[in-house]
Design a protein around this ligand. Structure first.
Ligand code: CMP
Length: 139
């Protein structure tokens, strides 16, 4: 399993995209306490996905497989078909099911054609584990 931990695949992206992801993580109450090494790895490992207007990115009650950062367009958060809020570019979402191993607490739908940055749950866990191990080695 160690080799899997160390081989975190990076996806190339421009400076502006890296900055947007970094800022989104720092703005998120549940992610802002990650250390800078972890944030840098998340930024490098996220990959791009385009989603068409009207499509659901997350469905309430599902198991969570991905963490997201919105890159453009507009999104809507819904719970039991009620709108909880809207999001535009630069928001991290889908963190709750990834961090707490719970089912999705709300649905997220694209109100326009959008682009999101995606991180797989397994990669997120590998990043947490890798930096945890490095920290142990330093002590
Ligand atoms: P998660 O539960 O994994 O999947 C749905 C996501 O919607 C959730 O993580 C949060 O990122 C987001 N979310 C949940 N509740 C709200 C809310 N009240 N306002 C805005 N975003 C929310």
């Amino acid at each position: 399993q160690n080799s899997e931990i160390l081989e975190l695949k990076h996806h190339e992206k421009d400076f502006r995209s890296k900055q947007l992801i970094k800022d989104a993580i720092h703005d998120n109450d549940f992610l802002k306490n990650l250390d800078s090494t972890q944030v840098r790895e998340i930024v490098d490992c996220m990959y791009e996905k385009k989603i068409k207007q009207g499509h659901y990115i997350i469905r309430e009650g599902d198991a969570g497989q991905h963490l997201y950062v919105s890159a453009d367009g507009e999104l809507e958060v819904l719970k039991s078909n009620k709108v909880l809020g809207k999001m535009t570019a630069g928001r991290a979402f889908g963190e709750l099911a990834i961090l707490y191993n719970c089912t999705r607490t709300a649905s997220v739908r694209a109100l326009t054609d959008i682009k999101v940055w995606v991180l797989d749950r397994r990669v997120f866990q590998a990043i947490m584990m890798k930096t945890g191990l490095q920290r142990q080695e330093e002590n």
